[in-house]
Design a protein around this ligand. Sequence first.
Ligand SMILES: [Mg+2]
Length: 442
Amino acid sequence: MSLLLTLSRPISSRSAIYFIRFILLLTCIIPISLRVNLDTAKFVYKYYIENDHELYGAKVRNSDINEELGRVDILLTDKTGTLTQNDMSLAALFHMTLKYTINPKKEYCTTVNVLQTFQFSSTRKRMGVIVKDPVSQKIIYIVKGADTVISSFSNEPNYWLQESLETLSRQGLRNLVYAYKELSPYYYETMKQEFDDAIMQMSNRGTRIDEIVDKYLDCDLKLIGATAVDDKLQLEVPQTIECLIQAGIKVWMLTGDKLETALSIATSSSLKRRIDIFFEFTQATCQDLEFFVYRIYQLSRHRSKNCVICVDSFVIDLINRLYHLAKTQDYYRKILSNFIMVCYSKRAVIFTRCSPYQKKELVEIIKFLLPKMRICAIGDGGNDVPMLQAAHCGIGIEGKEGRQAALISDVSVHTFKQLKPLLLYHGRLAQFSLLSEDASAA
Ligand SMILES: [Mg+2]
């Protein structure tokens, strides 16, 4: 370029100086213009994505990473609200001793005074309320939550409950267990005083409140019963998952639900086909590190790819502990790396009973052990926010759980099936053209 510009001027004794001058000028201008070109191209791709009718409602909130969408290796997906519609309908109702037939015409309404409510938190996996019956003046604490949590607060035998819940979970239904406890006025007042003191504290308020609830309320509970709700899959989820897997993207599901529910959704969403088998890493099969290592060995000997790995919260905790050790000690790093590699070689992985923090940690573990892989996460609720932020590229779904996930994401979409055109068409398009531009710049 400098040579052409020099030759365009009349040749003189100063031509050599002009040549050097042009080189010096162009070394600054050309890289800047390339940068501007790249940014313009990215902006154009943002326009393409937002105006594609198949991606109706999609919004690119970070146009800097369009090309990342085209080189996703692992897709981490939430279950409720992402793969499913998050549209619950009551499917079954169980009571300790009575059998109910629900009569919608008859109303069972009693007015009670609500004295105190305890909000749901995903770490505590339950929410509660203290009510007072104006007629009998009884004060009652009622709590609902995950079955494992609630039944651990009760001393009564609950085999019937476990059995019915397992049957329901296998059908893909989500369960909630209800329990109650009657509080004497004196007991309630003592608790309330401590509770009010805790609320006024400036530091460690949350921990202190949790301690009081554990001490006074979440113990010696009486089980009332359980409900099971049905949550249907979104449109075209099986086709989208199959298409992504065929395109070489690993789809790993991270859910807060229990194992049985997750397995049932995995089957209906074609994450597991009929030819695939489930291979479990659970508390029953991996009590400690030795069992865990042996289980990895067993799985690595399983040659076929047709295998879906299920991991429960006990093993996720184990993996988290290994991750912290692996940062300094090679021995643990090797175990963890073997585990992730063997997971990567199979069809899919399902992590169950994950807390939001665990979802984020899993992203960090995969990033740490497979640094070259690009990780994309998709979720719909506030509980997915840490995971979306930790991943290379976060996709939020605007759903019934609010816009938290969509607002912090890099790209937000309306339904799961929109991933197909987003990743496989727009992502690839952006990647190839920007790569070729990069190459021409080099
Ligand atoms: Mg969700």
